[in-house]
Write a protein that binds this ligand. Sequence first.
Ligand code: AMP
Length: 301
Amino acid sequence: MSLIVTGSIGIDTIHAPTGNADSVLGGSAIYFAAAASFWSPVRLVGAVGEDFPADLEKPFHAFDIDLEGLEKRAGSKTFRWTGKYLDNMNDRETLSVELNVLAEDLPPVPEAYRDSKYVFLANTHPGGQIALRSQFPEAKLVVADTMDLWIETERALLTDLLKQIDGLVLNDSEAFLLTEKRNPVTAGKHILDMGPTFVVIKKGEHGALLVHKDGVAALPAYPAENVVDPTGAGDTFGGGMMGYLAATGDTSIGGLVKAMAAGTVVASFNIEKFSLERLLDLKRPDIDTRLNEYADMLAVV
Ligand code: AMP
């Protein structure tokens, strides 16, 4: 079933204890779309500036991503982000962010995308997320991601967005920032009171928690030994989860937990190399093999 994403597409510079990557492809929507495409074709709505380098476009064509909704906007500049990972490879600082085209209007949604049933509003300005959400009144499942920047600077818009979505994905520090509740289950329940049917709280190397109107579930992270660049872990988790949901159509709590397992495993590959390099040489059987190992690891009774 048709899956659509909007979010950032940009140029990242990454400093990590494992090395540096200068001006590489990044952005929430592109990580999401690449990961989701292992299960389902993805439609992408987003914009880059006229400065976007042609060689960074190549990965767009390597995955099953429909690019009709991607605009190269004349007179605008591409979103840029520079981040630095601390020695624990879990915590990071944003050294600089230039919103550029991300602060402008979204490109128009192509007519052919109107029947999209699964909508993912990857991390971007909540105004852009609301603008896209409103164009799919008959969507089966709408899920959004967000981050500390928007919780701090655009809380009113974010509160508005929460009333219009089925699910929210965010990390534990962001859940605390949004709710001021330290316990992630309590924070999750508080977010359910703000609108969504479920919330997924990502806890980095400690896995992810699902707080749903029908119950609570927790999944560990895949125990990864080779962590080179955690950038995009959250977005690839979301991509795997939504790609799996779009492929199976099972949005029950049980279906969501299986989808989270798919997200966990594809994210564990993404962090093995900088930027989208690992996803570019990944094949679906590699994912299925690791998913089986992960399932065996969880078979505790
Ligand atoms: P993640 O590691 O999953 O949180 O996602 C990292 C990606 O998010 C990077 O590729 C960045 O380009 C992108 N990003 C960073 N800050 C923002 C922001 N304020 N809005 C949208 N995307 C962002």
